[in-house]
Ligand binder design. Sequence first.
Ligand SMILES: C[S@@+](CC[C@H](N)C(=O)[O-])C[C@H]1O[C@@H](n2cnc3c(N)ncnc32)[C@H](O)[C@@H]1O
Length: 246
Amino acid sequence: MEWVKSEDGSYTAFSSEYNEHYHSTKDGALNESLKKHIEPAFLCHKDKKHLKIIDICFGLGWNTLATLYYRDIYFPDTTLEIVSPELDGELVASLVDFPYPEIFAPYKTIIKALSQEGEYKDDRTSIRVEITDARIAMRELIGSWDVCYQDAFSPSSNPALWTREYFADVARLMGEEGVVTTYSIALATRLALYENGFHLYINSGEGYRSATIASKMVLEPFEQVNMEHKLRCNPDAVSLRDDSLR
Ligand SMILES: C[S@@+](CC[C@H](N)C(=O)[O-])C[C@H]1O[C@@H](n2cnc3c(N)ncnc32)[C@H](O)[C@@H]1O
């Protein structure tokens, strides 16, 4: 695995299998994780004392570790339950040697436990990394979850994790106030979420490319995507479907 320094100084990697970086090298691995996933997730759930998060997919672990970092700084009283499916067990096992930034130094024990045993638990934090196909994990998972970090490789190279049927499983797992955060702004992605009952919002700001938040509830702080208008302007738009993958 080749590690690559991204523009904010944090490291990501390049996957030759998917021919893609694990993060936007321009936005930066840490910056992308915080801006596109962690900050909006905590903003939407700022009053919750226990947060249940699905992290699709664990990859280099940035989203899970940045969640711990952000919680410890801004929401130290919030307890976390994180489940994260990931196909690549060898990658997860290798993460003890990954060049994480100094701010993740307090999580060395957690990184070791996740890479060696696939789970970690203390009074405030429970994390389970499941080495499995996220499609199967989402079908089998039960309960009501607050957040889903939708961070698979892109829809063109990893389409099975962007279909209408996949998002139906995600929708079933999201509670009344559940939010899905994703870097994808593709109309097909937004449509697949919309067809599963989500409202769509634009997550934009300085220092990162715009992203999407999908929510079961109406979100005041974010600008809504007018899906009716988009669909009138793009009458041929379709979401990805499982049967188109065969
Ligand atoms: C963009 S990377 C995830 C980056 C990660 N969220 C992070 O913060 O470092 C995509 C990951 O999805 C994994 N993956 C691809 N297809 C999968 C599937 N069907 N089930 C589980 N993991 C999958 C890849 O092995 C890769 O690690």
